[in-house]
Design a protein around this ligand. Structure first.
Ligand SMILES: [Zn+2]
Length: 507
């Protein structure tokens, strides 16, 4: 009679229950795996055989058929090693358990029988709970992430022998996660370490407050990436729901460290400009999330954005618009969340010193425009704020005055975010940057004086309609930071400053 063991796989960041059926019949010794298993699953034959023998059990000299159901789901990865091995031991009566289907098993086996960490354990456990399975046998390395699901009883074990002993004697209590994992917040990076640069810090604060995308430009070495790295320190804390979602992404990417349970900090991802399209958006043979999903709820920072290949930058279009990415596969599509704050940095010209007082720029007007023209197009359309970062004047460097701490800036950002949450409680958006034309009309009341100024700017700088709505959105955020219900002239004037670079250089 065939034996059934519960296990699971995942697609995107969602778990899917998989039943592993094991049937042993008489015949020439063989082990076949059926049910849309890819090469990585088929390799499990060799691992399971060695693991069983090296753990002191017998491997049957019969014909073994393993069926993974549902058959229409493509299975990849090594997390079926453990359920297969347990199934074989049950079918050959080397263990005797009557409540085997109360448990869900995942784990990769080494040749010696050790349980190795697997990708996607968190979504698998969440799916198990959905399907009324409460007990999970997982590799010890995956214990912490699995324990995030409060109602799950997690039994983390080190090797096949331990799993068998546990099934025989049930002599373990479920894993309890320690308090230590709650305090993984790394507060090291702080704006207090950034001297001067007040106007850029202000621009960053506005961007963080309204969820606006941002470009910083300035000569090499002026501290652009130093400032970008600190953005997560002023963004609101992750909600529990967000934390869990980010952790799922890191779980299926295999990027949770052994000691990490949950991602409690907004991620900051800064891929190098040589990154491939697939590494940026996700996909590939193993289908894993790309940098844009690893940056979900946090910051995606592209330093020297003009060095990135144009076709790589173009794939950012969908995620920037829809806040998720859809990857097509032979059998269906996979979706990963990718809602991030997009921040990038660039030199204002090929030599880097245009507009700087430190050194004379040696580029011609033509060279400069050609250089910046790489930026044009759809990507540029999604940037609300541009800010110049300059070298510090000497008196700032020697000044002993302390810079403002991130925690103080964060407080203001969170107040502005709260105003927006209330404002959009009846809408499907959360922050000002997400407003469309209709919502701008509905929620952005501009007073008379401010509207005069806007009119003046409009004609003076020949602003495009798109630039116009961006200025209003950013003014809305500045007014929120100011605690002002109406958008006043000073808010408009500040918002226009954040477009100076782009309207003068590129339009
Ligand atoms: Zn130059």
């Amino acid at each position: 009679m065939a034996i059934q063991i519960m296990s699971a796989a995942f697609t995107g960041i969602k778990g899917v229950i998989v039943t592993v059926e094991i049937d042993i019949t008489r015949g020439l010794p063989a082990l076949n795996i059926v049910g849309l298993a890819d090469i990585s699953v088929k390799e499990s034959r060799e691992r399971v055989r060695s693991a069983i023998l090296n753990s002191g059990f017998d491997f049957p000299v019969n014909r073994i058929t393993i069926n993974l159901a549902p058959a229409d789901l493509k299975k990849e990865g090594s997390l079926f090693d453990l359920p297969i091995a347990i199934g074989i031991l049950l079918a050959t009566k080397q263990i005797n358990v009557n409540d085997i289907n109360d448990y869900l098993f995942i784990g990769e086996l080494s040749l010696s029988g050790k349980l190795k960490k697997v990708r996607g354990a968190l979504p698998v456990v969440m799916e198990g709970i959905e399907n009324k399975i409460e007990k999970f046998i997982v590799p010890t390395y995956n214990a912490r992430e699995c324990s995030l699901v409060k109602s799950a009883k997690i039994f983390p074990l080190d090797d096949l022998k331990q799993v068998v002993d546990f099934l025989n004697y049930k002599d373990l209590m479920p894993y309890e996660r320690g308090k230590d994992i709650e305090i993984l917040i790394n507060e090291e990076l702080d704006y207090a370490d950034v001297m001067g640069q007040e106007s850029s810090k202000r621009a960053i604060e506005v961007a963080a407050a309204g969820g606006h995308n941002l470009i910083m430009y300035g000569p090499p070495g002026s501290g652009k990436s130093m400032m970008a790295k600190r953005i997560p320190s002023i963004l609101p804390y992750l909600s529990q729901e967000e934390s869990l979602e980010v952790t799922k992404i890191y779980s299926v990417s295999g990027k949770l460290g052994n000691n990490e349970g949950i991602v409690l900090q907004r991620p900051f991802r800064s891929p190098h400009h040589t990154i491939s399209r697939i590494a940026l958006v996700g996909g590939g043979n193993k289908i894993i999330p790309g940098e844009i999903s690893l940056a979900h709820t946090g910051v995606l920072f592209l330093d020297e954005i003009l060095e990135f290949k144009k076709n790589v930058l173009e794939v950012l279009r969908q995620p920037l618009e829809e806040r998720k990415i859809t990857i097509s596969r032979v059998n269906g599509t996979i979706e990963y969340p990718s809602n991030f704050m997009f921040v990038s940095a660039l030199n204002p010209c090929p030599c880097g010193y245009y507009g700087s007082y430190v050194r004379q720029c040696s580029c011609s007007e033509y060279e400069r425009r050609r250089y910046l023209s790489k930026l044009s197009g759809p990507l540029l359309d999604r940037i609300d704020i541009f800010t110049a970062v300059n070298f510090l004047p000497y008196n700032k460097i020697i000044s002993k005055k302390n810079s403002e701490k991130s925690s103080i800036i964060k407080k203001r950002v969170m107040e502005a975010r709260n105003i927006q949450e209330k404002r959009f409680s009846a809408e499907e958006i959360h922050c000002n940057a997400e407003m469309n034309g209709k919502l701008i009309k509905k929620y952005c009341h501009i007073d008379k004086k401010a509207s005069k100024i806007l009119e003046l700017m409009y004609s003076k700088f020949a602003l495009s309609t798109r630039a116009y709505s961006r200025i209003i959105k950013v003014s809305r955020t500045i007014a929120d930071l100011d605690g002002s219900e109406n958008i006043l002239d000073k808010h408009i004037i500040e918002a226009v400053q954040y477009r100076k670079f782009i309207d003068e250089q590129i339009v």
